[in-house]
Design a protein around this ligand. Structure first.
Ligand SMILES: [Zn+2]
Length: 792
């Protein structure tokens, strides 16, 4: 792929950006200093309307294409290029975008940026490649004098000029374009200073409460200092801002000095569910680790994105656990990084951690989170345990010292770690990173594990095999070994228990093991009090659901099985929280209530009704809110309309999510189908659309209508969601296909789109997942029905 950095090496950008009255356009001047290596140079520029281009003060010779400005007839050497231009501000959550919301019934507007991976070029002409590091001096003016204006660096001057507010920011260190950021609007804020003297300020729209920023701000101060010590390389900026935005494409973005977040990733308080506090801490810890991995040291090109994301994904739990052990951060890692990456990596066609990036579409395709984030961090955990933590971090310190303000490739990391390893780290890690897939280990032998039951010649280096969760492989215990382990379950560590459950779940998806063998395994853990173990028992229940037709007699039997499974913990924990609850009690109560809800247990539904009938849903304990709401909706459909009104009005994203969970459980088809109207009228926020969609897929009454909606509204949806989110629809929708006729319809539709670069990989994976599931239902269903007959 052509690199514009080969023709021109920028050293400094002066950006003077004026945001106009309606906040839907900017007019600007960009002055770029740098060295031309050729007579003709190219700058990335998308939707930039050029007024003039001066080279060293004289009219430049230029032309352009849809995404490039070409400047001709340059003498090789240093130049100053000054470009006057205008650019639109869009609402698609990429580039410079507008986010709107209501506060006290008044319309509020925030202008914010999202430049990763290649959207800085929509804001200013630049060499929009991570290796093209330069310094930036940014000046922003707003037509609203009351706006707060933020950017990567602190302000050096703030003036009112006529009707405009003008803020000039301090020059940044050398950094990549994708990390430049700014935002303006009306904000509430909360500020603290870390023990190491960094000012941390969090911001949110004025529909939010400043007090909801306290938790994240204090945690950010602690985690930033923790990394300072851990990497032995001080945080180089004088301040750190965290900003929650009402519309946001991903979870959060690590712009240097100005991290932006989805509101649910930053806002919480002492009444929030403990899961939300854990989530906020982990996301903040993830983003702040990027201040080193990504911002200070940046991958040379996108094929080494794993150097950013795999590290951040490991550091987020490592640091959170050290600072706030009460949050059980590693359990989140087991559920996501470990379990999800093993599952995704067993699908044919899955990408490796390190992928070749040949064109712009490939960049959007890179963010397969279960692989680049999940598997990558799982491999790093394996490496950290083999090396030992102190050696691992000693190597990282060397890495930061050698490469700060620069760019790296994988080899630079191996060079830094090598002196701290007693094995060849490059030879060990490279096959894991460049090959896709994972092995299944059977005694002393290994072969690639695929959900199709097939294998290929791939071989994966293993230094030490363990039965904790550090290895990126599956252990195939034979029936005797399994029985022996299950009978000593009480003596196993938490990781060993999870290893058994995770491996068996995957094996049961193939001919290595019968799905029916999951049932006694789940029963063996029915009195277990670890919430994390129960997350996997509950995942087994979810896996087994595919074998039953909704509302059939067999499903009734299965529901009775599930009820029996959940009963010991349900009896112990009840339907309401207690002051003496442990972390596990709180999590486990909501898990068991979810299982009781699925089993349609009358006694449970009555208990919920009795405990909560006179309590407003907004006052229900946040840890139990969705399951209480869902249980009440089962009997009182009129609550859906009430909940939807609350959804529309509340600025609280966690409450919104819980309400989405409850409303979509409705037993009334019309109520569920009515929700689709709100996808287009703006009442369902863009960032909630996927969540609504997937939960409707889960409701068997409207699953087919939900799929039909997807097929009929695809063009509109693709336009609205953009290239990064749209592949999530086939990727996740495939999980709910369990009949040949559904599969046929799905394929008939996506066959029309499977050649689109952005979708190709996900469609192939979705097809193989669906085929494997249909095959599994055919082969494994009889034994499951037998087991049910004999036990329930
Ligand atoms: Zn990240």
């Amino acid at each position: 792929m052509e690199r514009y950095l080969d023709y021109f090496v920028p050293s400094h950008y002066d950006l003077d950006l004026n945001i106009n009255d309606e906040k839907n356009q900017l007019s600007a001047t960009a002055t770029i200093r740098g060295e031309a290596l050729a007579e003709t140079i190219k700058l990335h520029a998308v939707n930039i309307n050029i007024e003039s281009i001066l080279v060293d003060g004289k009219k430049g010779d230029y032309d352009g294409t849809a995404d490039t400005i070409i400047i001709n007839n340059l003498v090789q050497g240093n130049h100053e290029i000054t470009i006057k231009y205008a650019a639109p501000i869009t609402s698609d959550m990429e580039g410079v975008y507008l986010s709107t919301y209501k506060a006290d019934n008044k319309d509020e507007k925030i202008v914010a940026t999202q430049f990763e991976s290649h959207y800085a070029r929509q804001c200013f002409p630049c060499i929009d490649e991570p290796a093209a590091k330069a310094t930036f001096t940014i000046t922003i003016s707003s037509a609203d004098k009351t706006d707060i204006i933020l950017s990567n660096m602190p302000a050096v001057s703030e003036d009112i000029e006529g009707n405009r507010k003008v803020v000039q920011f301090a020059e940044t260190p050398k950094m990549s374009t994708y990390l430049v950021a700014f935002a303006l609007g009306h904000f509430v804020s909360y500020e603290t200073t870390s023990a190491h003297g960094i000012t941390i300020t969090s911001y949110a729209g004025i529909h939010q409460k400043a007090s909801d920023l306290e938790y994240a701000t204090h945690f950010a101060a602690d985690v930033l200092d923790f990394y300072d010590d851990c990497f032995d390389t001080p945080f180089p900026l004088p301040k750190m801002d965290l900003l929650a935005l009402p519309d946001f494409e991903s979870g959060a973005m690590e712009n240097w000095g100005l991290v932006t977040f989805r509101e649910i990733c930053l806002l919480c308080n002492e009444k929030s569910a403990q899961e939300i506090r854990q989530y906020v801490a982990i996301v903040v810890a993830h983003e702040l680790s990027h201040m080193w991995f990504g911002d200070l040291v940046t991958m040379k090109w996108w094929d080494d994105l794993w150097l950013n994301e795999s590290f951040a994904n490991l550091m987020e739990v490592y640091s959170t656990d050290k600072i706030r052990p009460e949050l059980h951060a590693w359990e989140d890692f087991y559920l996501t990084a470990v379990a999800q990456s093993l599952k995704r990596d067993s699908l044919p066609g899955v990408q490796p951690v390190k992928v070749e990036v040949k064109n712009v579409e490939d960049i959007s395709n890179l963010f397969d989170s279960a692989i680049v984030y999940g598997k990558g961090s799982h491999l790093l955990l394996m490496l950290m345990r083999i090396m030992g933590e102190s050696n691992f971090f000693a190597g990282l310190k060397d890495y930061f010292v050698a490469h700060q303000y620069g760019n790296t490739v994988s080899d630079d990391l191996w060079d830094a770690l090598t002196p701290h390893c007693d094995f060849n780290v490059r030879e060990f890690m490279t096959p894991w990173l460049v090959q896709s897939g994972l092995p299944v280990i059977d005694g002393d032998t290994q072969k690639r594990f695929l959900i199709t039951g097939e294998t290929d010649g791939s071989h994966y280096p293993i230094i030490e095999q363990t039965d904790d969760l550090s290895g990126h492989y599956i252990i195939n215990n034979n029936e005797d070994e399994l029985a022996a382990k299950v009978s000593q379950a009480a003596t196993l560590s938490q990781e060993q228990k999870l290893r058994l459950l995770i491996d068996r779940r995957l094996l049961a998806k193939t001919s290595y093991a019968q799905s029916a063998s999951l049932m006694p395994l789940a029963q063996a853990f029915s009195s277990e009090t670890s919430a994390c173990v129960w997350d996997f028992v509950s995942a087994i229940v979810a896996d087994l659901k595919v074998f039953f037709d909704p509302e059939s007699e067999e499903e009734e039997q299965f529901k009775a099985f599930v009820r029996k499974l959940a009963l010991p913990n349900y009896r112990r924990l009840g339907v309401a929280s207690r002051p003496e609850d442990t972390y596990d009690d709180v999590e486990l109560r909501s898990t068991t209530m979810g299982l009781m809800l699925y089993s349609d247990d009358e006694e449970f539904l009555e208990a919920v009704e009795k405990a909560y009938e006179n309590i407003d849903i907004t006052d229900v304990d946040a840890d139990l809110r969705w399951v209480v709401g869902a249980a009440l909706v089962k009997k009182h459909d009129d609550l859906c309309a009430k909940y939807f009104e609350i959804y529309k009005k509340t600025p609280d994203s966690a409450l919104k999510n819980d309400l989405i969970g409850a409303i979509t459980m409705t037993k009334q088809k019309d109520t569920a189908l009515g929700l689709f109207e709100h996808f287009k009228d703006g009442t369902v926020r863009a960032q909630d659309r996927l969540s609504f969609f997937l939960r409707l897929m889960r409701n068997h009454l409207v699953k087919n209508e939900t799929l039909d909606w997807l097929y009929q509204n695809w063009e509109w949806l693709h336009r609205e969601e953009g290239d990064k989110t749209i592949p999530d629809y086939p990727r996740y929708a495939a999980n709910y296909i369990r009949k040949p006729e559904e599969a046929e319809k799905f394929k008939r539709f996506f066959n029309q789109h499977k050649d689109e670069k952005i979708l190709a990989r996900d469609v192939v994976i979705a097809y193989s997942e669906i085929d494997a599931r249909l095959k599994l239902i055919a082969t494994d269903r009889p034994a499951i029905l037998d087991y049910l007959k004999n036990t329930v």
